[in-house]
Design a binder for this molecule. Structure first.
Ligand code: C5P
Length: 224
């Protein structure tokens, strides 16, 4: 059976990664969460006080960053590894969400991440989620999905996720963060978040998780 690449883009916090992960598992494909890569770069930049305006410092920092994913059999989750350190919990925290859109708007950061992502998808059989997967990383992906959901639904889901990890955050603060990231991600100069013409839009506000997974699997099976 031929393998395809599946690009899942969309707004912040609408379940792209959780959906992509389950779709990948069902198809025996690789799942790549590109948001985790930008979050890991953000963590490194904050830890090392990298000035985003200083091009040389940004380049030098990017040369020191190696990002990998490790599948944790116990939690059945892909965990993000930054320079051999497991940073999965740290990169999901609010202070990273508050800084990631500024870091991911930097051209050199995008060039470095996109090159790694394209290499990961060279042999096909990849489900990748992010903001510019269908537009920049895999413009020839056989299936492109654009996911949306209302801000309130997204914020409530995110609040529950954070609470499960022990971080209590006010719903309004999460809503503001999601809207601000959507705005920054959609209006930046470098590969902004856009719904490309050949993407299938799925609004998950009133969809059950299993149904959104099934929708994508049906679309994928039509193309395999
Ligand atoms: O997907 P997640 O919400 O974890 O992504 C975090 C941030 O990383 C986004 O708000 C966006 O600024 C950035 N990002 C991006 N391009 C991608 C994936 C994520 O700019 N392909």
């Amino acid at each position: 059976m031929r393998k395809i690449n599946i690009a899942i883009d969309g707004l912040s916090g609408c379940g792209k990664s959780s959906t992509a992960k389950v779709v990948a598992k069902a198809l025996h494909y690789k799942f790549i969460d590109t948001g985790a890569m930008y979050r890991a770069v953000t963590l490194y930049f904050l830890q090392n006080k990298v000035d985003l305006m200083d091009e040389d410092a940004v380049e030098a920092a990017l040369n020191q960053i190696y990002i990998d994913f490790l599948f944790n059999k116990e939690s059945q989750k892909n965990e993000t590894i930054l320079n051999k350190q497991n940073v999965e919990n740290e990169i999901r925290k609010m202070y990273i969400s508050e800084n990631v859109s500024a870091v991911s708007a930097v051209k050199a950061v995008r060039i470095a991440m996109v090159a790694q992502q394209q290499a990961m998808g060279e042999e096909k059989g990849v489900v990748m989620d992010g903001r510019d997967i269908g537009s920049v990383v895999f413009p020839d992906a056989e299936l492109k999905v654009f996911m949306t959901a209302s801000t309130e639904v997204r914020a409530k889901r995110r609040q529950k996720e954070l609470a499960e990890k022990g971080e209590q955050v006010d719903l309004n603060e999460i809503m503001k963060n999601l809207e601000s990231r959507d705005f920054q991600d959609s209006t930046r100069e470098e590969s902004p978040l856009v719904k490309v013409a050949d993407a299938v839009e799925i609004d998950t506000s009133n969809l059950k998780f299993e149904d959104q997974v099934q929708k994508i699997l049906d679309l994928a099976n039509d193309r395999i």
